[in-house]
Design a protein around this ligand. Structure first.
Ligand SMILES: Nc1nc2c(c(=O)[nH]1)N[C@H]1C(S)=C(S)[C@@H](COP(=O)(O)OP(=O)(O)OC[C@H]3O[C@@H](n4cnc5c(=O)[nH]c(N)nc54)[C@H](O)[C@@H]3O)O[C@H]1N2
Ligand SMILES: Nc1nc2c(c(=O)[nH]1)N[C@H]1C(S)=C(S)[C@@H](COP(=O)(O)OP(=O)(O)OC[C@H]3O[C@@H](n4cnc5c(=O)[nH]c(N)nc54)[C@H](O)[C@@H]3O)O[C@H]1N2
Ligand code: SF4
Ligand SMILES: [Mo]
Length: 750
């Protein structure tokens, strides 16, 4: 491959969970055009407006190509950065880490891992090893502003936080979409390129689509039925649905009935959640709630799916558990057309076996005493962990692909906390609202300069597929995994000149050794050196990937399974390989004690009681509630520097219903002050009946233009940071997930 040859290449878009195939035309060493790859086995030519902006991202002059080291602050207090070479940047990283550890001990170093890390191969293969090398006890990530309730519910029900059922949208008769807007987001915990097309296909084949959302989103507009719900109250709705299903006898179906426990206890636990009780809390009329339950119960198959609106609320884990309870009762879990478990090609081949009870709370956060969940603490706690003095106070952060200053709760205090750190290392492609607080910024190559394989999203995919994309352009920059590996070696004391290959080799040997020792593995009992010599790949992450694929369920077992999967086989299939529709995986996938599903393995009975305690407040609540929304042309906080994506009308507006607008004396274009318990901002008003009365909506990811950041276009389209309103003291206690939706606010004319 030379960078100047004209050619057409194919690759998977790394920007969102849809994983669309792209066809990229290269001319004179530059991207000429990007369109959907019509031959991609999964996306079949679908592309959204962000897909083609990989060109603009690649060319963005603000995207960092060289490391930056902070050399102090100017008169206004803004950080001043100097471009340095890699040797100097690593030396600085080594120096600051050493200094903080010497002064305060290792517990003073924390980590924050952001969302794009889930989309980057090198991060998927290596982040874990950096965490281990740093020995950081305080790990935070975007998971606790996102899907942590899903992990926790899965942990209790299926024995592993990673076993997440996805809607079998292509075969379902009834798609119930709760708190998700795939027409804007293109789907999440449901990798389904052209999600909109798949929704329309449900309807075209005679199925039905129901959307439950406080806003009449684009998805709601397409639905056969839209139920407006008061934010945060979905658990009450779903408890009433479960009650009705039990009452009408729509239960005990499907093969899961053979290993499902707890139905009688469930009957008792939801008994008080009548449709009338739920109607008062949710704002949905009782007959509509009963009709919803009846329709789910009667459907030949139903996929009842929830996402951001069901996770980022005070009862996120309980809501997620209730979603699964509905699927389990109605025979829609692990059955075609219902909610199913993908099988990624890198999964480890292990015999089905009983496991130990799922646990959280092995440690507790220092200041707020919140339990560890999936190895992490709630990111809502991060400002306290940095700002509150005492033993174990965080003095340094390592951030990888994250922008918590805009994306996480209590934005102003988050910003203050990052400013208070003694040192910070960021692995990031931009100098932005968060990384401007770093001592060193280490930029990985851009999306077109690295190879790609979706380790995370093949585990969430509505078909089993595999796609590998080699890098489109060569680069002098170290790969993402080389940066992470070098940092890991620095943390282990090998110094800034350590060779990242040493860590890559160790990762590969460790992985293969575990397989050799596992009887079910296709390479059980083989010789380690023999296998290591066979591993293929141009980069550290590619080699780890090859090792994983070849020892996975479809792997070639390094020759043991002729025709089996390997990196080289994927290279021969630039449009991907389709392994077909999802297949039932239970009970083999279960890692619960006795390999059964116990509905009450977690603290769900107690949480239903907590829910009951909130009913009176919700039935009689006149406060405005703030919810978020996504726009097709945004991607959380970090793509606002591309002119093609931010042009047009400003999108960071406060939407409110005409009734509320009239009460407050606000009209379109006015400025309104929005206040919550923790913060205040001023935003332009957009009056629209797409939000239900009593609900206001502001998108997240805006609030650019902070001093010292280097994102010129974003600064011109700054908007406001909705998360300055997010109250960190209110979380979902079972998962530690932040509450980003349903925040009580006061709105007044500015
Ligand atoms: N109010 C409100 N807040 C929300 C949400 C909401 O719905 N409402 N949604 C939440 C959700 S679901 C999420 S996932 C979080 C996201 O939270 P974060 O992940 O913290 O934030 P992002 O905006 O995704 O920032 C991504 C960062 O990664 C960098 N980056 C981009 N590509 C790469 C790369 O290839 N390598 C590296 N190393 N860095 C890269 C970007 O420059 C940016 O700094 O936001 C959450 N915040
Ligand atoms: N264009 C674009 N695509 C993205 C992203 C992006 O920022 N922009 N982010 C990506 C990421 S990281 C993620 S996690 C996914 C998220 O994917 P989705 O979950 O589809 O995200 P949203 O579009 O925020 O949809 C959430 C919906 O929940 C509704 N809602 C709010 N509160 C409640 C409530 O209490 N109950 C109910 N029932 N509904 C409620 C909101 O009105 C909104 O319509 O999107 C991914 N894709
Ligand atoms: S839907 Fe997602 S994966 Fe597909 S082109 Fe758009 S951003 Fe890329
Ligand atoms: Mo997310």
């Amino acid at each position: 491959m030379t960078d100047t040859a004209d050619r057409t290449v194919f690759r998977t878009c790394p920007l969102c969970e849809a994983t669309c195939g792209l066809e990229i035309e290269i001319k004179d060493g530059a991207v000429k055009r990007i369109r959907g790859d019509r031959d991609d086995v999964f996306s079949r030519g679908f592309i959204c407006p962000k897909g083609s902006t990989l060109k603009h991202l690649h060319e963005d002059p603000d995207r960092l190509r060289k490391p930056l080291v902070r050399r102090g602050f100017d008169e206004s207090g803004a950080p001043v950065f100097e471009e340095v070479d890699w040797a100097e940047a690593y030396a600085e990283a080594d120096r600051v880490l050493r200094e903080v550890r010497d002064a305060h001990g290792n517990e003073a170093v924390g980590m924050y891992l952001g969302n794009p890390g889930a989309h980057v191969l090198g991060a998927a293969t290596h982040t874990r090893h950096l965490i281990k090398a740093l020995g950081a006890g305080a790990v935070f990530s975007a998971s606790t502003v996102d899907q942590m309730p899903r992990h926790v519910a899965s942990g209790y029900l299926y024995g592993s936080g990673g076993s997440m059922p996805v809607p079998d949208i292509d075969r379902t008769d009834l798609f119930v979409c709760i708190g998700a807007n795939p027409y804007a987001s293109n789907g999440s915990i449901a990798t389904a390129p052209d999600f909109p097309g798949r929704i329309e296909a449900v309807q075209a084949r005679g199925g039905r689509v129901i959307v439950i959302d406080p806003r009449r989103s684009r998805t709601a507009e397409q639905a056969d039925l839209h139920l407006s719900i008061k934010p945060g109250t979905d658990a009450v709705l779903l408890a009433a649905v479960v009650r009705r299903l039990l009452e009408t006898g729509h239960v005990g179906r499907g093969h899961v009935a053979d290993f499902l426990d707890g139905i009688d206890a469930l009957r008792v636990a939801v008994d008080s959640f009548t449709a009338d009780v739920a109607a008062a809390a949710t704002g949905i009329a009782a007959p509509a709630i009963e009709a919803l339950a009846d329709e789910i119960g009667a459907a030949a198959s139903a996929a009842v799916y929830g996402r951001i609106g069901t996770c980022t609320v005070e009862f996120g884990t309980l809501t997620t558990w209730l979603l699964d309870a509905i699927a389990l009762l109605t025979g829609n879990l692990d059955e075609p057309g219902g909610m199913m478990f993908p099988q990624p090609s890198h999964e480890r081949v292990r015999a089905g076996k009983a496991g130990r009870p799922y646990r959280v709370g092995r440690r507790h956060s220092r200041v707020n005493n919140r339990p560890e969940v999936q190895g992490e603490f709630p990111v809502a706690d991060l400002p306290d962990e940095i700002l509150e003095p005492g033993d174990g106070q965080l003095k340094m952060m390592v951030t990888v692909a994250g922008n918590p200053v805009l994306s996480c709760p209590d934005g102003d205090r988050m910003d203050e906390a990052f400013a208070a750190l003694e040192a910070m290392i960021s692995v990031d492609i931009y100098l932005n609202e968060t990384t401007r607080h770093a001592s060193v910024i280490l930029p990985p190559p851009g999306s077109l300069e690295k190879s790609h394989y979706d380790v995370n999203f093949t585990n969430l995919s509505i078909r089993n597929v595999a796609n590998f994309s080699p890098a489109v352009f060569e680069t002098e920059m170290p790969s993402e995994e080389d940066i992470l590996a070098t940092l890991a070696l620095i943390a282990l004391g090998f110094g800034p000149d350590a060779d990242p290959d040493a860590l890559h080799d160790q990762v590969i040997s460790g992985l293969l050794q575990a397989e050799i020792e596992t009887p079910e593995s296709p390479v059980a009992g083989r010789d380690l050196d023999e296998l290591v010599a066979l591993v293929d790949g141009d980069t550290g992450a590619e080699r780890v990937l090859d090792a994983m694929l070849r020892t996975g369920p479809r792997g070639d077992g390094f020759g043991a399974v002729p025709g089996g999967l390997s990196l080289s086989l994927l290279r021969e299939h630039p449009h991907g390989i389709d392994f077909g529709a999802l297949e039932p995986r239970l009970p083999g996938l279960l890692r619960t004690p006795e390999a059964r599903i116990d509905l009450f393995a977690g603290p769900f009975a107690a949480d239903l009681t907590r829910l009951t305690g909130r009913l009176a407040e919700w039935s009689d609540d006149s406060r405005l509630r703030l919810v978020g929304r996504r726009h097709l042309r945004s991607n959380n906080s970090w793509m606002h520097n591309l002119p093609v994506l931010v042009k047009g009308k400003p999108r960071c507006t406060l939407q409110l219903h005409p009734e509320n607008a009239a009460d407050l004396g606000l009209v379109d274009g006015d400025a309104a002050i929005v206040r919550s318990r923790v913060g205040e901002l001023t935003a332009p008003v957009e009056v629209t009946d797409t939000v239900m009365p009593g609900v206001v909506s502001l998108p997240h990811g805006w609030g650019h233009g902070k001093p010292g950041a280097r994102m010129g276009v974003a600064a011109e389209h700054a908007g406001v940071n909705s998360n300055v309103l997010t109250d960190p003291s209110i979380i979902d206690p079972l998962s530690g997930n932040a509450v980003l939706n349903g925040i009580p606010v006061e709105v007044v004319p500015a």
